[in-house]
Design a protein around this ligand. Structure first.
Ligand code: UD1
Length: 417
């Protein structure tokens, strides 16, 4: 398994371009199942999770080619309807094929996604929505088996805001007979761009960007060309790289509006910003102020930038409280950050971070995607050498992470094997 070796303490400078967003690309790839035809997708990140989704759609019978930021998907001969355990266990987002398979074939068999390093992650909202739309769901031998004669529009209220359940329900509803109203939907930028993608395919959806989506089913959708959104979580991670190393860096190809409350929190931490179009330059202060955050659905603070912010807070001038409002157990990085001499105490879904003067390098282990990014950020600021094992998590969600950091002047190397 590959490892990162980081020599901390280098100042960063320069500019990097943010890649396409994994979380915007995955539902789009699943939605290609809804139409028989050729899709051309641009700004596709080169990531393990994207390859896994490509593999899954290929197994269902599509032709998938992925090269240099472009993806070609031909779903003309797609006729499979089963997502096996081997793939779903590697990537939970495989559940995204449930809605479109049901809509296209009236049946789907998808392995039940288990828990993961960030805690239990149920799929009850996905299943509730499919049932409301007319599917019969049975669970057999670890598989979700969904069947229907036809899907029929319904009123569905999510008890909790869910990105995945919103996307999956949309894919089932766009070809259902009649009108579907989805209430309490996620309004994350990735969902907004996904709705726009479905509309481009010919779907009739009202309420883009709001928590109430009204879908009028259409008989058929078309294949299209589309460009993926840039990755706000990658953008945020690099901004924190600037903040934690007290370095002025510029990120391009990003959408500043998509950073929501994250910006406000970095400002409170003492950072200034120059924003010009799709370019942000961070101007960190010398002192990192302690700032409290609570993760919540967009536009509030994103859970996918919680671990990275915790890394920043380990070097603040006081105590900050981090409350995880989405995945209560998402704190595995705290113990690893403490190995670098951070002072973090976790109590349920709260973490109290008392800032220290200096982090010091140590061997640590990456436990999930964003936790791994937090360890890299801490390693960049720590004194001495930090060795991070199990970095395959990073390759799931950050394109060319170490190359981008090296181009900014960081001292980070990948050791193979
Ligand atoms: C997506 C993102 C992930 C991000 C998360 C929250 C993708 C591929 N992944 O994950 O990076 O961290 O949104 O912004 O886009 N829940 C239920 N029942 C369900 C579904 C969800 O109780 O059926 C709960 C979850 O446990 C969690 C909350 O709802 O507490 C939000 O989860 P959700 O938005 O569904 O996360 P994902 O779509 O899995």
């Amino acid at each position: 398994m590959d490892r990162f070796i980081i020599e901390g303490g280098s100042k960063l400078s320069g500019e990097i371009a943010v890649s396409g967003a994994k979380n915007a690309t995955l539902p789009v790839m699943a939605a290609t199942i809804l139409a028989a035809g050729e899709f051309k997708l641009e700004n596709i990140p080169n990531l393990i999770d994207i390859k896994l989704m490509g593999h899954l759609i290929r197994m269902l019978g599509a032709r998938v080619e992925h090269e240099e930021g472009r993806m070609y998907i031909d779903t003309t001969n797609l006729d499979g309807w089963e997502a096996p355990y081997e793939l779903v266990s590697k990537m939970r987002a495989s559940i995204y094929v449930l809605g479109p398979l049901l809509a296209r074939f009236g049946k789907a068999k998808v392995s039940f996604p288990g828990g993961c390093a960030i805690g239990t992650r149920p799929v009850d909202l996905h299943l509730m929505a499919m049932e409301k739309l007319g599917a019969t769901i049975t669970i057999e031998h670890g598989y979700i088996i969904a069947e229907c004669e036809k899907l029929v529009g319904a009123d569905i209220t999510f008890r909790k805001v869910s990105v995945g359940a919103t996307a999956n329900s949309l894919m089932a509803a766009v070809l259902a007979e009649g009108e579907t109203n989805l209430y309490n939907c996620a309004i994350e930028p990735e969902i907004q761009s996904f709705v726009e993608f479905l509309i481009q395919m010919g779907a009739d959806i009202k309420g883009v960007g709001t928590s109430h989506l009204c879908i009028k089913g259409v008989p058929k959708l078309n294949s299209v060309k589309a460009e993926m959104l840039s990755d706000r979580i990658e953008a945020g991670t690099f901004l924190i790289a600037g903040a934690i190393t007290r370095s002025e860096i510029t990120i391009t190809n990003c959408v500043p509006n998509h950073l929501g409350e994250f910006f406000d929190k970095l400002k409170l931490a003492g950072c200034g910003f120059d924003i010009m179009g799709n370019m942000i330059t961070i101007k960190p202060g010398e002192i990192i102020n302690p700032v409290n955050i609570k993760t919540a659905p967009f536009p509030e603070y994103p859970t996918d930038l919680q671990a990275q912010f915790m890394a920043l807070m380990t070097l603040s001038s006081g105590e900050s409280v981090i409350e995880e409002g989405i995945f209560p157990d998402r704190f595995t990085h705290a113990a690893e950050l403490n190995r670098l001499d951070a002072n973090i105490k976790v109590d349920g879904n709260l973490a109290r971070v008392r800032g220290v003067k200096q982090l010091s390098g140590a061997p640590v282990m990456a436990t999930d995607l964003r936790a791994s990014a937090a360890l890299v950020l801490a390693g960049l600021a720590a004194q001495g050498t930090t060795e991070i094992s199990r970095i395959y998590h990073i390759d799931r969600g950050y394109e060319s992470f170490e190359h981008k950091l090296t181009s900014l002047g960081a001292n980070i190397k990948r050791l193979k094997g």
